[in-house]
Design a protein around this ligand. Structure first.
Ligand code: PXL
Length: 276
């Protein structure tokens, strides 16, 4: 298996076990050279903390790209997560279109919403811009809230397979892409991932742990990207990532003080074992 180089673009939340502080260790542990482009630096993530700092790094992005172009540096894959502004989304498109190796894969996690709501600081026009980034991707990993925002569909807490089918159809209307729809649950005690590729869908159902954890979307996307770049197909990568997230939540739920993220580090060995 070739040694691959990925670029991941998302924020650094100094404390909070999300975005880059999750993506970098997970991708590295998967055996992939992981380059990072921090979109912003926050003292913590925005999901439950108040008074966090936010240093926007948008202005650094074009200069960083210029330098990479001068040095003729390039990447086998891109994986984007939380982005701070529409301008950043435009820069990300430029980066993905100019420093990719032949056959590179573009993975976009439109990390912007959950539970029917946008994260603080985002609005519908940002969601539309994120949708346009998704249309330039090979693989997207939205949850149901994000899929609804991108496709302008009413969000439902309870739904049937027909509703999921219509989301998948709308998500692939403007461009051919693989969709990994997360948090798809048709019954109370289970949840799962719907993988939609070349018009075919395959569902992976797994245990639903009543208490979710913050940052599990980022853990899922990072493990998926790592597995996919290691040569597993999209469905297998989704299964490996979903099982890893369950392990991370089990590691965390009994610790009340650890409400802000999931303890992904103690079970990294299990993830690596699946990739051997
Ligand atoms: O986990 C997604 C995420 C990433 N980065 C920041 C966030 C969030 C979700 O709340 O606030 C800064």
């Amino acid at each position: 298996m070739a040694y691959k180089r990925i670029l991941t673009i998302q924020d650094i939340s100094c404390l909070g076990q999300c975005s880059l502080t999750v993506a970098l260790p997970i991708l590295s542990a998967c055996g992939i050279e992981t380059c990072v482009l921090p979109s912003a630096v926050l003292s913590t993530h925005t999901g439950g903390f108040t008074g966090y700092t936010f240093r926007d790094l948008t202005d650094d992005m074009p200069e960083i790209l210029l330098h990479w172009e001068k040095e003729k540096l390039s990447f086998d894959g891109f994986y984007t997560g939380y982005l701070g502004s529409k301008t950043q989304i435009d820069y990300v498109k430029k980066i993905m279109n100019s420093v990719g190796n032949a056959g590179n894969v573009k993975i976009v996690d439109p990390a912007m919403a959950d539970g029917g709501k946008l994260y603080p600081g985002f609005d519908e026009s940002f969601a539309a811009a994120m949708g346009s980034l998704c249309d330039e991707a090979d693989i997207i990993l939205p949850n149901i809230t994000e899929a609804c925002l991108i496709t302008k569909t009413d969000y439902k807490e309870k739904y049937d397979e027909e509703y999921i089918d219509s989301l998948l159809k709308r998500l692939t209307e403007k461009s051919e892409k693989t969709v990994i729809l997360t948090g798809v649950s048709f019954e109370e005690n289970s949840t799962g991932v719907m993988v939609y590729e070349n018009g075919n869908k395959k569902y992976y159902k797994h245990e639903k742990i009543s208490k979710g954890c913050h940052g599990t979307g980022d853990i899922f996307a990072s493990a998926f990207a790592g597995s996919f770049l290691k040569g597993k197909d999209a469905y297998t990568s989704a299964v490996i990532a979903a099982d890893y997230v369950v392990d991370c939540i089990k590691e965390t739920i009994h610790d009340e003080a650890h409400w802000y993220g999931a303890k992904f580090e103690p079970v990294l060995g299990k993830l690596i074992g699946r990739l051997a």
